[in-house]
Design a protein around this ligand. Structure first.
Ligand SMILES: Cc1cc2nc3c(=O)[nH]c(=O)nc-3n(C[C@H](O)[C@H](O)[C@H](O)COP(=O)(O)O)c2cc1C
Length: 613
C-alpha cells in the first residue's frame, strides 16, 4: 500500500483542533513520565518462559490420541482456566458441554463426515488429493469432547461493548477456548478443534437451546506426542507467515517490527530474490544423466526440472502441486481510443464469469486441478462481494495513456504490492506453483507499449489483433501505441515510471506476483502477452526474477514472441491461443509437474540395474 497523503490542515479551525489534540496526547505522555514508584512487576524469567512455551507448544491435535481417561481434577483445572477468559462487558457468554457418550460422539462424527465430503467436493483436484490424506477430527478417538457455546443474550440488553459489535459474544467464547487449549497443553492434554459442522444442525443434534451459538467443538485427550509444528504445515497444506509480514507501524502497510525502521514491501521483496542455487542445479543435471533414459531425452523438461531444483534448492524439487492461477482484472483508459470493439463492461462481466466457473480458465483449471483466484486490482465498475474475488482495487481503471500518464507512481507501487501480497497469500496457503492470468479489455494495447519499450521493437512489430480486431482497428491501435510512446518517452531504466506512463493495473500486479513468487522461491508459470510484458518490467526491477519464471505458452500476439525472445524464455505450449485468463499457463502446468515428478519417480541406472550406454 502506498503511504497515505500527509494530512494538510485546510482551515484555521482544523489547525486549532490539531493543536488541541496534540497537547492532549503530549499531556498523556507526560502523565506517564510523572508516575512515581515502580511499575507493577512482570513475571520472573522462568515463569515468563513457561507462559511463552505453552503458547509455542500448544498444538491442534488430530492424530495419536490415547484412550486414557481424564481425571476430574485435571478437567476441572482446564475448565477453570477457560472460565477466567476475558469477555465483552464481562458477560461471560460461554457454556461448556462435556460429552463422553459414545452415542453422542458417533452422531457428531457422522455430521462431521458429511461436511468433510462436501468440502472435499468443493476443492480443486490438486488440493483434494492433499486433503484426502488429512485427518480433520478425532471425535471418536478422544474420551472427552467439549462443546463451547456463546449466548448472545447474556448480560441483558445493554452489555457493555456488545451493542456496537454483536460478534463480540462469540469472540469472547473463542478466548475461553484458547485459555482451555493452553491449560490443556500444560496438563499434557491434546485438543483438536473441529469446525466441519453446520452450526444449526449441531445445535439441534445436541439438543442445545436454540438461542445459543456453537463456537467450538473440541476433542480432548492424552496424546502420544505434541508435534513441533502444526500438522497442516507438516502435511504441506500451509506455511507459517512471518511476523514481519503482519506488523504495521502507525498505518496499515508501513510494515515494521518494534525497534525497526518501516520497510518498503517492494524493496524487501526484491532483496529476497536470489539466483538459482548452483549446488541443487548441479545435482539436478547429475541426476538427469543417471535417470533410466538417454541423456537429454526429456529435452526442455530437463531444463525445467533443473530450474525447479535450483529455485527450491532441492533435488529432486518439490512437485509444483497444488497450484493456483491468479487472475488480475483491470480496465484501461486507452479503451476510449477505439482499440477494440469490445465494450469495457466486458471486463467486469468476465470477472463474474470466472467467479461463476463458466470461463475457459475454469474449465482448464478444473482439468489440471488448479485453484482460480480472481483479484480486482482495477476494474472500472464496483464489483459485488463474491466468494473467490479478492477486492484490491487500486483505482477504477487507468487513465488514457495517449493524453497523460495511465497511473501515478504511487498507484503503480500499490498495484505491485497487491501482486506481492497475492503471491504471499497463495504460497502461505500451500500452493507450490503460481500461474499468471489477467482480464482487462484493451490490455493488449498496454502490453504492446510495454513490450515496445523493453524490446526496442517498433509498435507495428509488437501490436497485435488481441481479441481479433480488423485491419483498420489494428492500424489505429498501432498508432495509439506509437502516440503514447512519443508522448511519454518512457525510460526503460525506470520501470515504475514506465508502468505509470503506459502500463495497466493488472500488469503492475503481475509484476508483483512474479517478484513475490521469486522471493518465495516458488515457480511462476507465465501466461501470454500481458504476462510477457509484466516479466520484462519485473526483470528491469530485479533481473534474477527470471529464476522463478517459466513461459507457459506462446500466444498468437506478435508482441509475445518479441517479449519471450528478449527474456530468453522458451514457451512450453504453442497452440495459437490468444485468450489470456491464464489459459496458456494452465495448459503448461501438467508439463511442469511432469518434469518435477520424473525427477522423483524415474529410476536411476544404478538403482534399476540398467546398463548404461
Ligand atoms: C477456529 C478454528 C477452527 C478449526 N477447525 C479445525 C477443523 O475443523 N479441523 C481440524 O483438523 N483443525 C481445525 N483447526 C485447527 C487448525 O487447523 C490449527 O489450529 C492450525 O493448523 C494451526 O496449528 P496449531 O493449532 O497446531 O498451531 C481449527 C482451528 C481454529 C482456530
Amino acid at each position: 500500500m502506498a503511504d497515505p497523503e500527509p494530512v494538510v490542515a485546510q482551515h484555521a479551525d482544523d489547525l486549532d483542533t490539531q493543536v488541541a489534540d496534540q497537547e492532549e496526547s503530549t499531556a498523556a505522555v507526560e502523565d506517564v513520565r510523572e508516575s512515581t514508584g515502580p511499575a507493577a512487576p512482570g513475571y520472573d524469567e522462568a515463569e515468563r518462559e513457561a507462559v511463552l512455551r505453552v503458547m509455542r507448544e500448544r498444538r491442534d491435535i488430530r492424530n495419536g490420541f490415547r484412550s486414557d481417561p481424564i481425571p476430574h481434577e485435571v478437567l476441572l483445572r482446564v475448565l477453570e482456566a477457560a472460565h477466567t477468559a476475558p469477555s465483552v462487558g464481562h458477560s461471560q457468554p460461554w457454556d461448556f458441554v462435556v460429552i463422553r457418550s459414545a452415542d453422542t460422539r458417533r452422531s457428531m462424527h457422522e455430521l462431521a463426515m458429511r461436511q468433510r465430503d462436501a468440502y472435499a467436493k468443493s476443492l480443486p483436484k490438486g488440493r483434494a488429493k492433499q486433503f484426502k490424506e488429512l485427518k480433520i477430527e478425532a471425535i471418536l478417538d478422544t474420551p472427552v469432547n467439549i462443546v463451547v457455546t456463546a449466548d448472545p443474550t447474556r448480560g441483558g440488553r445493554h452489555t457493555l461493548g456488545r451493542h456496537t459489535q454483536p460478534q463480540m459474544a462469540p469472540y469472547s467464547s473463542a478466548l475461553a477456548v484458547e485459555n482451555l487449549w493452553l491449560a490443556a497443553r500444560a496438563e499434557g492434554l491434546g485438543v483438536g478443534w473441529v469446525s466441519f459442522f453446520d452450526e444449526r444442525e449441531m445445535v439441534r443434534e445436541l439438543g442445545l437451546p436454540e438461542h445459543l451459538e456453537v463456537v467450538a467443538y473440541l476433542c480432548v485427550g492424552y496424546v502420544d506426542e505434541f508435534p513441533d509444528e502444526p500438522e497442516l504445515m507438516q502435511a504441506g497444506w500451509s506455511k507459517r507467515r512471518p511476523l514481519s509480514w503482519v506488523v504495521h507501524e502507525e498505518t496499515y502497510g508501513r510494515r515494521a517490527l518494534p525497534g525497526e525502521e518501516p520497510h518498503d514491501l517492494l524493496a524487501e521483496t526484491v532483496s529476497n530474490i536470489r539466483p538459482l542455487d548452483a549446488k541443487a542445479l548441479g545435482e539436478a543435471w547429475e541426476r538427469q544423466k543417471r535417470m533410466t533414459k538417454p541423456a537429454g531425452a526429456l529435452g526442455m523438461l530437463e531444463i525445467i526440472s533443473a530450474q525447479l531444483s535450483g529455485l527450491s534448492r532441492q533435488c529432486p524439487p518439490p512437485i509444483p502441486e497444488p497450484a493456483a492461477v491468479a487472475i488480475f482484472a483491470g480496465d484501461h483508459g486507452v479503451h476510449a481510443q477505439g482499440v477494440t470493439p469490445w465494450p469495457q463492461e466486458v471486463t467486469a462481466q468476465m470477472v463474474a464469469n470466472f467467479l461463476g466457473g463458466g470461463a475457459v480458465c475454469n474449465a482448464f483449471a478444473n482439468q489440471v486441478g488448479a485453484e482460480v483466484c480472481v483479484i480486482d486490482v482495477g476494474v472500472a465498475s464496483d464489483l459485488p462481494a463474491t466468494p473467490g474475488l479478492l477486492p484490491r482495487k487500486v483505482r477504477a481503471g487507468t487513465a488514457d495513456m495517449t493524453t497523460g500518464p495511465a497511473l501515478t507512481r504511487e498507484e503503480v507501487k500499490a498495484a505491485i504490492e497487491v501482486g506481492i501480497e497475492t503471491a504471499r497469500d497463495l504460497v502461505s496457503a500451500g500452493n507450490k506453483a503460481l500461474l499468471t492470468g489477467e482480464m482487462g479489455i484493451a490490455n493488449t494495447t498496454a502490453s504492446a507499449a510495454l513490450i515496445s519499450v523493453y524490446t526496442g521493437a517498433d509498435p507495428a512489430e509488437v501490436t497485435g489483433r488481441g481479441t481479433g480486431i480488423n485491419d483498420e482497428t489494428l492500424a489505429r491501435k498501432t498508432e495509439v501505441v506509437r502516440r503514447a510512446l512519443e508522448l511519454h518517452q518512457p525510460d526503460p531504466a525506470d520501470p515504475i515510471g514506465v508502468l505509470a506512463a503506459i502500463g495497466g493495473l493488472e500488469h503492475a500486479a503481475m509484476v508483483g506476483l512474479l517478484l513475490g513468487g521469486a522471493s518465495l522461491r516458488t515457480p511462476v508459470i507465465l501466461d501470454g502477452v500481458s504476462a510477457g510484458a509484466a516479466a520484462l518490467v519485473a526483470r528491469a526491477i530485479a533481473p534474477e526474477v527470471l529464476a522463478a519464471c517459466i513461459a507457459g505458452h506462446r500466444s498468437a500476439e506478435p508482441g509475445h514472441v518479441a517479449a519471450l525472445n528478449k527474456l530468453g524464455l522458451r514457451p512450453l505450449v504453442d497452440l495459437d491461443l490468444r485468450l489470456g485468463e491464464g489459459t496458456g499457463a494452465l495448459l503448461a502446468l501438467p508439463v511442469v509437474q511432469s518434469a518435477a515428478r520424473a525427477m522423483h519417480e524415474v529410476a536411476t541406472f544404478d538403482s534399476a540395474g540398467v546398463t548404461e550406454k
